[in-house]
Design a protein around this ligand. Structure first.
Ligand SMILES: Cc1ncc(COP(=O)(O)O)c(C=O)c1O
Length: 486
């Protein structure tokens, strides 16, 4: 049994039993997706279930039926809930049924995307070509599908850093640079950009946070002064980061003006468009993200507003050679050959820090072929219209107060009630309302802080949501607010 001569491998002993379990699972999951609206948006995990996740590794196997049952009883019911139409927390994409099937297909192929000749690299390259065209990037730009926007930002900023460090960073390291490099972004920039600078060895102080105006967009008029100050202090500005949809309010920095300034000062212009960049897919929304197409690099996600299953993000870099230079290494075992599997003209392993990558492109390729880009664009437009509807309703309710403009698909507001409360009490009230609404299972909003004050925040990137879902959420907020003293 435990002999090394046992050559059974890991395939099922009973293929028929696994086939039946597989079919049942597909049926159950598709049924759940179809009827997800009838289930709670979120439910707390019972302590007994959590205990089950603390058991040691199973040294002996069990039947596929038993594994299937355990998944259905302990894992699936306690999911985060972002497949539910009333989930609006953080910025969480919903996914699609075809995307889920594509995940299964990709896992069955189990294609390594490090760049060997296979259909998968051609699918990924095609998806990247589609994205370049849709975002107004030239076909000659390079790109990579990443695990998300954090890594996409990191890759883009590494390319930028290397172009401005004044030394060959790959050979000598950042410490050999005689420059202290600094980058600029608004004070609403996502922490992923800060973390990228940390990972790149530049430190978080290399991120210069330029103030935003009342619309939470960068005050570009302050940007140039900040750059001049830094130059005066002997620092070397290298990059301006524009936020195309900030995580707090969906604000879109004045990208065109930032691109102008970057051009004039000969700086790298990078755009973090985690969700906002996909507004470019919609002919009626494209104007709102104008300037994005002028960036030297852009990072965005497909697992948010692109409705792809987690995790797939994208980095596009206009200067393909600079992209390649930043990650190139020499390794005989990775060298191409004129024919065979090593003949692929796809140096994915020289465009980012990872060698092995999964087949992320298939979920985009299959889903887009099924629903088409224009249907995805319509879902994006629908979310923007829903955000405008929420804004209007909030403005019409005396107990609610809008906290920021609504330029896209995010709405922030507060329950202010009819009583006078201290700022601290109002902060605590928002958090309490949000927790209660989540625990009720009705809907999942989240919180953030704007100018230091806690607000309720809805990120509407959910193709399953309808206006009635947002109305139900607002009704729940009002109900909980009143229950807490009005
Ligand atoms: C504006 C922005 N940038 C970057 C990120 C990080 O993206 P990811 O979570 O895919 O790594 C997010 C995530 O919400 C975001 O909203």
């Amino acid at each position: 049994m435990n002999s090394p001569d046992d050559e059974r491998g890991l395939d099922p002993e009973d293929w028929e039993a696994l086939r039946l379990v597989g079919h049942r699972l597909v049926d159950e999951l598709l049924h759940s997706l179809r009827t997800v609206r009838e289930q709670p948006a979120w439910r707390p995990i019972p302590e007994s279930v959590k205990q089950g996740f603390r058991t040691p590794a199973p040294m002996q196997g069990s039947s596929p039926e038993a594994v299937h049952r355990e998944f259905l009883e302990t894992v699936f019911p306690y999911r985060l809930g972002n497949i539910h139409p009333r989930f609006f927390a953080r910025v969480m994409g919903t996914g699609t049924p075809m995307g889920a099937l594509a995940e299964f297909a990709a896992a069955a192929m189990n294609n390594n995307l490090s760049g060997l000749e296979s259909s998968a690299v051609h699918v990924e390259a095609q998806v990247l070509r589609w994205l370049k065209a849709l975002l107004g990037f030239p076909e000659t730009a390079s790109g990579l599908l990443t695990s998300g926007c954090s890594i996409a930002n990191l890759i883009a900023l590494q390319v930028a850093r290397d172009e401005y460090a004044g030394v060959d960073v790959n050979v000598e390291g950042v410490q050999a640079s005689r420059y202290r490099l600094v980058a600029y972004a608004s004070d609403e920039v996502h922490s992923a950009v800060q973390r990228a600078l940390m990972v790149l060895g530049l430190g978080s102080t290399a991120l210069r946070r330029v103030p935003t105006g009342p619309d939470f967009r960068m005050r570009v008029e302050d940007l140039e002064d900040r750059i001049d100050d830094d130059v005066g202090q002997g620092l070397r500005p290298f990059c301006i980061v524009g936020s195309c949809g900030t995580v707090n309010t969906g604000a879109i920095d004045p990208l065109d003006a930032m691109a102008d300034l970057a051009e004039r000062r000969k700086l790298w212009f990078h755009v973090d468009g985690a969700f906002g960049a996909l507004a470019a897919l919609s002919p009626s929304l494209r104007e709102r993200v104008r300037g994005l197409e002028r960036a030297h690099s852009v990072a965005f996600d497909l697992h948010k507003w692109g409705s792809a299953p987690y995790g797939v993000g994208v980095v596009l870099v206009r200067d393909a050679e600079a992209h390649h230079r930043a990650f190139q290494t020499e390794a005989a075992y990775l060298s191409p050959l004129p024919r065979g599997v090593a003949a692929a003209d796809y140096p994915a392993n020289e465009l980012g820090p990872e060698l092995s990558r999964g087949f992320r492109g298939l979920r985009i390729w299959m889903a887009w072929k099924e629903h088409g880009v224009s249907r995805l664009a319509r879902a994006i437009e629908m979310n923007v219209a829903q955000a405008a509807h929420v804004k209007q309703r909030v403005e019409g309710e005396a107990e609610l107060q809008l906290s920021a403009p609504v330029p896209l698909n995010l709405v922030t507001f507060r329950y202010v009630g009819r009583r006078r409360r201290s700022p601290e009490a109002l902060d605590a009230l928002q958090a309490e309302i949000v927790m209660r609404v989540q625990e009720s299972g009705v809907a999942v909003p989240s919180t953030t802080k704007l100018r230091g004050r806690t607000v309720i925040r809805l990120a509407i990137v959910n193709h399953r949501s309808r206006r009635a879902d947002l109305d139900a959420l607002l009704d729940a907020v009002l109900r909980e607010g009143r229950a807490l003293g009005g």
